[in-house]
Design a protein around this ligand. Structure first.
Ligand SMILES: NC(=O)CC[C@H](N)C(=O)O
Length: 342
């Protein structure tokens, strides 16, 4: 940020935070945003976003929790997917909570048949429903790095929340074919032992390590013969958002991942059978990801930031606490807006 972007300039600003309002807990997010107004010299206001035009008027965007397949389909139908991808490509501030986190991940496992469209932007693979189903919902006190009164736990509400399967190397960009906007890789979970770490030897399976090459023709491998096809793990991949003509140098320009909150224990035994293979993958941690505060298992990560993108696997809008909304505004949105104005 330039020195001219002093905090005094923030008093003249009006900050418009859009909340994607296709499905899910968007009203709760909007009301949390509005409550921040009294905390800042700038005017902070929320708007519900349902069209590309409404998005264009925003300084920042929140993608709420709900059902990522429904949100994704809704975005597709109203022509919001590409504007959202452009938003991320332009490095504008965005925060995804729960389903919103799934949308912003570069890869997602545990998807439905037929896959789903992702926006992408953050170099992680998340596992849908990785903590289990609705009845496995839980709340837990979290310490969130950089939040005001950091020592005071923030109540994380986890509802069919996504788990971080793995942090991905940015250089994986080169592995994603530009002609194939959404690839669905299929892995036969029967080939993966329950214990970790595992070498994947079945040639039908696409190994789950971040360094895996996709098949040269980038077409889907044939479906393995399974007793129960629902057990097949699907991984959907977001289209590449950045210039991949020189993947290595473009990957180097990617902002680092900052880990903001972790759980004390890894998620090694997801209750959902669909996600069991993910558990096997969890320990296949890429040691080249040298990141501060990285926990022993990537599955422990529940809040992270990459550049101007924030993602949390829990629902901060379902508690009265507005500290996380304030962190987004103070640490991501205001600096971005000030930089734009300087
Ligand atoms: N609370 C949530 O947002 C749940 C997310 C949901 N499991 C999904 O896949 O979209």
């Amino acid at each position: 940020m330039s020195p001219s972007a002093s905090s005094s300039s923030s008093s003249n600003l009006t900050i418009t935070i859009g909340v994607l309002a296709i499905q899910g807990a968007f009203r709760e997010h909007a009301s949390h945003v509005n409550r921040l107004n009294t905390l800042h010299a700038s005017t902070i206001r929320s708007v519900l976003v349902r069209t590309p035009e409404q998005l264009a008027d925003c300084d920042a965007l929140i993608m709420p929790g709900g059902e990522s397949t429904a949100i994704s389909l809704g975005c597709e139908r109203i022509g919001l997917l590409e504007p959202l991808r452009k938003w991320v490509r332009d490095e504008r501030p965005v925060w995804g909570t729960c389903a919103g986190m799934i949308m912003l991940a570069r890869e997602a496992s545990g998807g439905k048949k037929g896959g789903q469209q992702l926006i992408g932007g953050v170099d992680v693979r998340v596992g849908r429903n990785g903590f289990g189903s609705q009845i496995d919902s839980f709340e837990t006190g979290l310490r969130i790095k950089g939040m005001e009164r950091e020592e005071e736990p923030f109540n994380g509400v986890f509802i069919r929340a996504p788990v971080v399967d793995a942090l991905l190397l940015p250089s994986d960009l080169e592995k994603v074919g530009v002609d194939q906007p959404t690839l669905v890789k299929r892995v036969d979970p029967n080939t993966l032992p329950e214990s970790v770490p595992v070498p994947v030897t079945n040639t039908m399976a696409v190994p789950l390590t971040p360094t895996t090459e996709l098949p040269a023709n980038a077409s889907e491998p044939p479906l393995p013969k399974l007793a129960n096809a629902e057990q097949t793990l699907r991984i959907v991949v977001a289209p590449p958002l950045y210039d991949t003509s020189d993947p290595v140098s473009s990957a180097k320009k990617r902002p680092p991942i900052e880990i903001l909150a972790t759980l004390p224990e890894p998620v090694t035994t997801p209750k959902s059978p669909v996600n069991r293979p993910v558990a096997a993958h969890i320990a296949q941690r890429d040691p080249r990801m040298d990141i501060a505060d990285r926990p022993a298992h990537d599955s422990q990560i529940v809040a992270l930031r990459q550049g101007n993108i924030l993602m949390t696997s829990f629902h901060p809008e379902l508690t009265p606490d507005t500290r996380l909304h304030n962190l987004f505004v103070s640490k991501v949105v205001l600096p971005y807006k000030q930089q734009q104005q300087s």
